[in-house]
Design a protein around this ligand. Structure first.
Ligand SMILES: NC(=O)c1ccc[n+]([C@@H]2O[C@H](COP(=O)([O-])OP(=O)(O)OC[C@H]3O[C@@H](n4cnc5c(N)ncnc54)[C@H](OP(=O)(O)O)[C@@H]3O)[C@@H](O)[C@H]2O)c1
Length: 388
């Protein structure tokens, strides 16, 4: 396994981190985790040099934290750093801070959380974090020894917002989405370089775009891979592209099978900064451009639309999902994301037309909402919405 140094602490962290968000499901009942297999996979990774495991309060409603604790019980967890996250999406009042932290500590069976993050920072959660003065809470808990490193994971829409959050606190690390298709969205490569320039460790999530880069390759794209003499799997190309940045500290991958764990351990035991040639990088960039041409709706996520939406639909997010569905073979993934992660579904759209009046790209937003809802929404999966 390759290792990188956390610039803040000097700790040696494995380049591959185990993302415990996509643990394997039981055959016949994929919504329940196959605990024995998940433990076997985590222990295999740790046995082969992985020393960073990322979970969260919300993953599998707490089951992920408990399974990580079991997998890392006793000697298995020696020298392994565990990251977990405060569910900022559920935070309402400052008094809930301790509840979230203490429940994670108890589920993980650890007095001190090595890496503690505010989960999935977006514009609306940031308002709550500021109102609750959550950063002061983290600083206090760090001083008390209950947290070793404080950070946030980021899913806001722009680099400017990323910089605002990053500049607002004494963070030790950040977690950002980065893969060769998403170099310029959310924090992006600019965010990676900015965080590194501030001396922070940078953990990467979704290096394979949540598995979309490893799904069936669309026609017309394969020829880019064929143009490069060296033959690699899609996972190898995707992870290598991220590992190539020296500013990256840990590449998290949410592996869902033992084969994926074995392959990713092998890839990030070999790939390191500078592992891709200029020619390889330009073919990947050309291919990402070609992928982008398949995108039907030219949304730039300027958010003019959502500002006036009477139903508070995150319109750019929904259009992004519709676009991804046109490019990747990922119907199941989008169905999961839209029904489990989106608070205001596109079916709420009343076609008032306010968004279309202000959209600089002149997109037919109401019909995209209807189309996307028809393709992916499933009311039976949306029971959780009343809890957020
Ligand atoms: N803080 C946040 O807001 C946030 C958000 C997202 C993720 N995360 C964290 O970051 C971690 C990494 O993100 P991610 O899970 O999206 O990572 P990812 O590596 O982009 O996606 C994981 C998926 O990629 C596919 N995959 C992985 N290795 C493969 C291989 N060798 N061959 C073929 N397919 C492979 C699998 O898809 P299939 O299952 O379809 O085979 C797997 O489920 C998560 O697990 C989680 O811990 C945090």
């Amino acid at each position: 396994m390759n290792y990188r140094i956390n610039p803040k602490t000097g700790a040696k962290l494995s380049l591959l981190g185990f993302g415990a968000m996509r643990l394997p499901g039981l055959a016949g009942n994929p919504s329940e985790i196959d605990e024995a297999e998940a433990i076997r996979m985590i222990r295999y990774a740790v046995g082969n040099g992985v020393n960073y495991v990322d979970t969260a309060f919300t993953y599998n409603e707490g089951e992920s934290e408990k399974i990580v604790a079991k997998a890392l019980g006793g000697a298995h967890g020696e020298g392994v750093y565990v990251a977990t996250k405060m569910p900022t999406m559920r935070l309402r009042e400052p008094k809930e801070h301790s509840y979230f932290l203490d429940l994670s500590r108890s589920r993980l069976n650890r007095d001190c959380i090595d890496y503690y993050l505010l989960h999935g920072m977006k514009e609306r959660y940031w308002d709550v974090v500021r109102r609750c003065d959550t950063i002061s809470f983290l600083v206090k808990k760090k001083a008390e020894g209950l947290i070793r490193n404080m950070g946030f994971s980021f899913h806001g829409q722009t680099f400017d917002f990323f910089r605002e959050v990053l500049d607002a606190g004494p963070w030790d690390f950040v977690q950002i989405q980065l893969n060769y298709m998403d170099a310029d969205i959310q924090a992006g490569v600019e965010g990676l370089k900015y965080a590194a320039s501030k001396g922070l460790a940078v953990m990467i999530m979704e290096p394979l775009k949540g598995g979309k880069l490893t799904d069936k390759i669309p026609p017309g794209i394969q020829r880019y891979w064929d143009a490069i003499d060296i033959k690699r799997t899609p996972a190898d190309w995707g992870l290598r592209w991220v590992a190539n940045f020296p500013e990256v500290t840990v590449v998290l991958s949410g592996m869902s099978t033992m084969e994926q764990v074995r392959e990713n351990v092998a890839i990030l035991s070999g790939a390191d900064a500078g592992c891709l040639s200029g020619r390889e990088l330009s073919v990947i960039a050309e291919m990402a451009g070609e992928y982008n041409k398949l995108i039907p709706y030219a949304c730039t996520a300027c958010k003019y639309c959502s500002a006036g939406c009477p139903k508070q639909i995150d319109i750019p997010l929904v259009i992004g999902m519709r676009n991804e569905a046109a490019v990747f073979d990922c119907k199941d993934k989008i169905t999961y994301e839209l029904n489990h992660l989106v608070r205001k579904p596109p079916s709420l759209c009343v076609a008032c037309g306010k968004c279309e009046e202000v959209c600089p790209q002149h997109l037919p937003v109401a019909s995209i909402m209807k189309e996307t809802s028809g393709m992916f929404e499933d009311a039976s999966l949306q029971w959780w919405r009343e809890y957020v």
